[in-house]
Write a protein that binds this ligand. Structure first.
Ligand code: TYM
Length: 331
């Protein structure tokens, strides 16, 4: 049995990318491995949410985890900031993380480009906090989408560096995984290669989106004038629609549109109509559960409370041992 840790930032509602990149596999994994799944609310502070939005978003992600099938009786489901040991380990690991490697991180460079007015130190040390999240439970496996690969590599670096510095075999090296499948990246509907929470309007389909909204977003998705030669390579935005169709539609439907693209008879309007129906069918039960669980305040608070206790137990054991290794000793 592996120890698994994975998290989702609480910066807004979850979208299909989060679902297919991460959550879908969480629900299968929880029955086979020791799983810790959490809401990365410390991480969300890099974007300076208001206190109301912070709280609302944490609740939303918690509810969506549950709606997607995470069982808090089986896995440990918790909120990152309920486990302050994570912040302590982050501080300790920061002493051992170098400016150069943090500045070279692709996600840091992207953020520095996209939000030049807010390049805070939390963004720079984001991978250190993420490493702390993972190694605090000594996880071996980290289910994530393809966009998180580099962060995992950094987590391994920090774990190995700690071991080397203190000449001890303490932390294990965590690896990204997708439960036997290769890591995936779900594209956006606006032609961009990634579906994301903070991308442009119309990029993402959220699990909680109303069917009408889904229909509108899909019908507006970016395409082109259509293929003119048989078996022509698909331009990025069209390939994106096929990639989304691959995960939400049946194989028959997918093949039917592949064929019509390849023989140039495709009508994007028909494809979008089918895709929107399939997404709506897919998200409908999730949306209903989200609404249901959202209304159950007592249940949400029980899950958060019990999850925090379980997570703190594992985290405080690690931090206690790490402190001893470093040389913090009582007088
Ligand atoms: P976040 O909140 O951006 O995304 C949460 C999870 O969803 C996956 N994901 C995607 N997968 C496929 N296609 C997409 N378009 C897509 N968009 C998002 C992400 O890969 C991720 O698995 N840094 C993390 C949160 C985090 C974490 C951790 C994860 C903090 N500490 C420790 C694992 C372990 C993040 O920002 O994910």
């Amino acid at each position: 049995m592996e120890t698994v840790v994975s998290g989702i930032r609480s910066t807004g509602n979850l979208h299909l990318g989060n679902y297919f990149g991460a959550i879908r596999n969480f629900t299968k994994m929880q029955h086979q491995h020791k799983c810790y799944f959490f809401i990365a609310d410390y991480h969300s502070l890099t974007t300076h949410p208001t206190p109301e939005n912070l709280h609302k978003n944490v609740k939303q992600v918690l509810v969506e985890y549950l709606a997607a099938g995470l069982d808090p009786e089986v896995a440990t489901l918790y909120i990152q900031s309920d486990v302050p040991q994570v912040a302590e380990l982050y501080l300790l690991l920061n002493m051992n993380a170098y400016m150069g490697e943090l500045e070279r991180c692709t996600t840091f460079k992207d953020k520095a480009r996209s939000q030049p007015e807010n390049i805070n130190a939390g963004l720079l040390t984001y991978p250190v906090l993420m490493a702390a999240d993972i190694i605090i439970h000594n996880a071996t496996k980290v289910p994530v989408g393809k966009d998180q690969e580099q962060h995992l590599e950094m987590a391994r670096t920090f774990a190995k560096r700690f071991n080397r510095l203190y000449n001890i075999d303490y932390f294990v090296e965590p690896h990204a995984f997708n439960f036997g499948d290769s890591l995936i990246k779900i594209p956006g509907l606006d032609g961009s290669t990634k579906m994301g929470k903070s991308e442009s309007e119309g990029n993402a389909i959220f699990l909680a989106d109303d069917p009408k909204v889904i229909h509108k977003k899909v019908m507006r998705a970016v395409t082109d004038a259509g293929p003119t030669k048989p078996n022509q390579e698909k331009p990025q935005p069209v390939q994106n629609l096929f990639n989304i169709m691959k995960v939400v539609s049946s194989e028959d439907v997918f093949q039917q549109f592949e064929k019509s693209y390849n023989d140039c008879s495709i009508r994007y309007g028909d494809m979008k109509k089918q895709l929107s129906e399939d997404i709506i069918n897919f998200t409908k039960p999730l949306r209903e559960k989200i609404l249901d669980i959202s209304a159950n305040k007592e249940y949400i608070s029980k899950v958060a409370r019990e999850g925090a206790e379980k997570a703190r137990e594992s985290a405080s054991k690690t931090v206690k041992e790490v402190r001893e290794i470093i040389g913090f000793k009582p007088f």
